[in-house]
Design a protein around this ligand. Structure first.
Ligand code: 48N
Length: 306
């Protein structure tokens, strides 16, 4: 059966008119020869970076929300949270230098990203153009979705991204009366340090206190499903269900519906959840990631609405 012809929506690629607006207008080639930047000293650059970074470390040492993992689910949650509660301090901790997780490609190194309806409503909200099909939409470049979402999240003044930084443990409290364990923040280190605890001793971590943590660490990669595996190793939960085989239809509905607080203070979303519940994986379709992020944000907000 021949696949239906792909109809590219007229409005997909906006009409661009070549314009000669360049920020540094030089009337002639010779002008470039005399071009020069304003003066700078190396220490000025160093102080400009470190002053801000350490001021942020100080400011976010007490955060309202920590999001572990800046993949499609974590970034979607961060967008909803930051937009709906500008009063909340949101720290995003991402192990990679480049945030985005598995959402830079649509699947097996292909550029296009598929999202099943109604997830296109999230794309409309964030302002990502797509081609419309009958039960799904296609974003021309997965990188367009991720870069647009990332840029919107990082523009919020109440968000700080700590990338190249790994959550290597959870801060926990045990209620003296009920004995109930609650997650109360995260333990962090530079990712390169976190990856070398086996061959270097005593590289102590840093911490971020927060009343609620959202873990969206995915199922892949060196730290995949980090928080839920840590809950098992600290016997806060008995065992993981283990991610099941690929079943696109079943997987996406389950992940969105079951995004939830797994232990008090720790909400889990995205593909990390499939490891908890033994849910199927969904393969190269990303609507569930965006909507699990949206659902996770609502669960987080309930903590602050109480
Ligand atoms: O993209 P991921 O891996 O996770 P999600 O849940 O946001 O999106 C999952 C999605 O990309 C898929 O896997 C698709 C739908 N495929 C499904 C399938 O069936 O194959 O992002 C997780 C992020 C990554 O950027 C990691 O670097 C980061 O979390 N991370 C951490 N960051 C800090 N500390 C950690 N301990 C940590 N662990 C992972």
């Amino acid at each position: 059966m021949t696949p239906p012809a792909v109809t590219v929506e007229k409005n997909y690629v906006p009409e661009f008119k070549a314009t000669k607006t360049v920020p540094i207008s030089t009337e002639s080639a010779t002008a470039w020869e005399s071009f020069k930047f304003d003066h700078i000293r190396e220490s000025t650059v160093s102080r400009a970076m470190t002053k801000r970074y350490f001021a942020d470390l100080d400011k976010y040492a007490e955060s309202d929300v920590v999001i572990i993992g800046a993949g499609s689910c974590g970034l979607s949650a961060a967008y909803v949270l930051a937009k709906s509660r500008p009063d909340l301090k949101i720290a995003i901790v991402e192990a990679g230098v480049a945030p985005g997780g598995g959402a830079w490609l649509g699947g097996q190194l292909f550029s296009a990203m598929v999202m099943r309806k109604p997830a296109q409503k999230f794309l409309d909200e964030v302002g990502v153009p797509y081609e419309e099909e009958d039960t799904y939409v296609v974003v021309k470049h997965a990188a367009l979705f991720t870069s647009t979402l990332l840029s919107k999240v990082l523009l919020f003044p109440n968000v700080k991204l700590f990338n190249a930084t790994t959550v290597e443990d959870l801060i926990t409290r045990v209620d003296p009366v009920s004995g109930e364990l609650r997650v109360a923040g995260v333990v962090t280190n530079w990712t390169l340090v976190s990856m070398h605890h086996d061959d270097q001793s005593c590289m102590d971590p840093n911490t971020i206190n927060a009343p609620v943590v959202l873990s969206t660490t995915g199922h892949d990669g060196p730290f995949g499903a980090f928080s839920v595996k840590r809950l098992v190793s600290m016997t806060a939960i008995e065992k993981l269900g283990g991610m099941r085989g690929l079943d696109m239809k079943a997987a996406e509905d389950v992940i969105v519906k079951r995004t939830r607080e797994v232990v008090p203070g720790l909400i889990v979303g995205g593909m990390e959840l499939s490891e908890v519940d033994g849910a199927n994986r969904m393969g190269p379709t990303f609507g569930a990631m965006a909507l699990s992020g949206e659902h996770a944000a609502e669960v987080v907000l309930q903590v602050f609405d109480e």
